[in-house]
Design a protein around this ligand. Structure first.
Ligand SMILES: [Zn+2]
Length: 288
């Protein structure tokens, strides 16, 4: 038996016989068994922030070998994953405005994370966060943009147990500019917020949908998903590409449908693969 409980971010299934207690810390909740532990709650009170931060950080470290402040804020229930995605697209001015806690509490949580990470020998890496848009503007974390606070937010902590090569690779990955995402809309009755035009694909900007012409991607060619080798080559040979996603009504989520790539890169990749095939055939023929 279970019942649905409305949390601030999303409804969750809670087993029967469990009482959900809002412990008055914004969106932080605790679960207690009605009969067994109600009294315990009165004695215990809310769990300290340090404990929640450390638990979230330890869990992240176990699954990914690194911890980021954003992941911890999501894990302790102060930040919603959807808001993080909107912020990454540049549609929210600062991540702080989406966090369900006052700036002083956020600072406390990030400071706790930093102290815990330093005590445990984790290695700090300042990461540049860029907007997932053609402009690639640096993302803002706080309203005040105080350098110390911004640094706390952008520091990813990496496990020192990781071999140096893997650590370097991880840091490179952190600093890679985000892939551009282009939407293949289900309906074509949308209007570009800049020129009033339309098209087969759009990108989302803070002010609304924009056509490929206005964001400087109109020269790219669509390559449908399916041919992994061709996709990889065409992507590697060009300097620009964008991931094409389309909303699936059945699965209720956006799905990858292919890439927009540079036509010259695509042609070169196709030629290379075609040239390689007869050579491979000759090689297998010679072995027989
Ligand atoms: Zn336009």
């Amino acid at each position: 038996m279970s019942r649905k409980v409305q949390f601030k971010a999303e409804p969750r299934e809670i087993p029967d016989g469990i009482l959900v207690v809002d412990i008055a810390c914004g969106s932080i909740f605790a679960l207690f068994d009605v009969q067994e532990r109600e009294r315990e709650y009165c004695v215990m009170g809310p769990r300290p922030l340090a404990q929640r931060v450390i638990e979230a950080a330890e869990a992240a470290l176990q699954t990914a070998d690194f911890v980021t402040p954003i992941d911890v804020l999501v894990a302790i229930g102060w930040l919603d994953g959807g808001a993080v995605a909107r912020w990454r697209q540049g549609r929210i001015p600062s991540i702080e405005s989406a966090v369900q806690a006052p700036p002083s509490r956020i600072f406390e949580a990030l400071d706790l994370l930093g102290s815990w990470a330093a005590q445990n020998g984790l290695i700090p890496n300042e990461v540049q966060y860029l907007e997932r848009s053609t402009e690639r503007r640096p993302l803002r974390f706080s309203q005040s943009t105080h350098p110390a606070l911004e640094r706390l937010y952008r520091t990813h902590w990496v496990s020192s147990a990781l071999p140096e090569r893997e650590r370097k690779h991880l840091v490179e990955k952190f600093n890679q500019p985000p892939e551009l995402v282009v939407i293949w809309p289900l309906k074509d009755d949308w209007t570009c917020n800049r020129c009033g035009g339309g098209g087969d694909f759009l990108t989302m900007e803070p002010s609304g949908p924009a056509c490929l012409g206005c964001v400087g991607l109109e020269d790219l060619e669509f390559l449908a998903a399916g041919d992994a080798l061709l996709t990889r080559r065409a992507k590697a040979k060009g300097t620009r590409h964008a991931v094409v996603v389309r909303f699936s009504r059945n699965r209720r989520r956006y799905e990858r449908r292919g890439l927009l790539v540079e036509p010259a890169a695509l042609a070169e990749a196709e030629r290379e693969i075609k040239d390689r095939k007869p050579a491979q055939g000759a090689l297998t023929g010679a072995r027989q």
